[in-house]
Design a protein around this ligand. Structure first.
Ligand SMILES: [Zn+2]
Length: 150
């Protein structure tokens, strides 16, 4: 059965752009509906990122010009995108500060994670994910004061 076009919350929409920052050249949301095959069961959503295969200098004979794919799934479109972003970001290395990267869709999630690495946290004011190493991920000083924070 055809599913309605997904409407993503801002954190999932921004995760689309974040996945693009990992080098993906395409990201699609797909679903599998068992009803199409006459079966019971829930609709499963998948986020599929496509990466170009570049020349691997350790294997010069490896084919270039092809793709590799990264996929994650959930019971709703936003969950699929957020899971894929988390899997792609967590455990990487920040190209700016060289600390381990951590994905956090919770704009108020500051805390222990920040001491463990460079957190890519959703900033609702800018509708994007910002790195810990680029400054306060919860906004600038004026914005924090406006919220009554120090
Ligand atoms: Zn960093």
């Amino acid at each position: 059965m055809t599913q309605p076009a997904p409407v993503l919350p801002p954190a999932a929409l921004a995760a689309f752009e974040l996945i693009g920052r990992t080098g993906a050249e395409n990201l699609e949301l797909r679903y599998s509906d068992p009803a199409d095959d006459g079966d019971d069961g829930p609709v499963v959503w998948m986020a599929v990122a496509r990466y170009p295969v570049t020349i691997d200098l350790s294997r010069p004979s490896a084919p270039a010009g092809r793709y590799r794919f990264e996929v994650d799934a959930a019971m709703n479109p936003a969950g699929a995108v957020l899971r894929l972003a988390e899997r792609l970001i967590d455990g990487g290395e920040c190209t700016h500060c060289h600390r381990p990267t951590i994905f956090d869709a919770d704009p108020l999630g500051a805390g222990p994670l920040d001491a463990m690495g460079c957190v890519y946290r959703f900033d609702p004011e800018l509708a994007t994910y910002r790195r810990t190493c680029e400054g306060n991920p919860r906004g600038n000083r004026a914005a924090r004061r406006a919220r009554g924070e120090r």
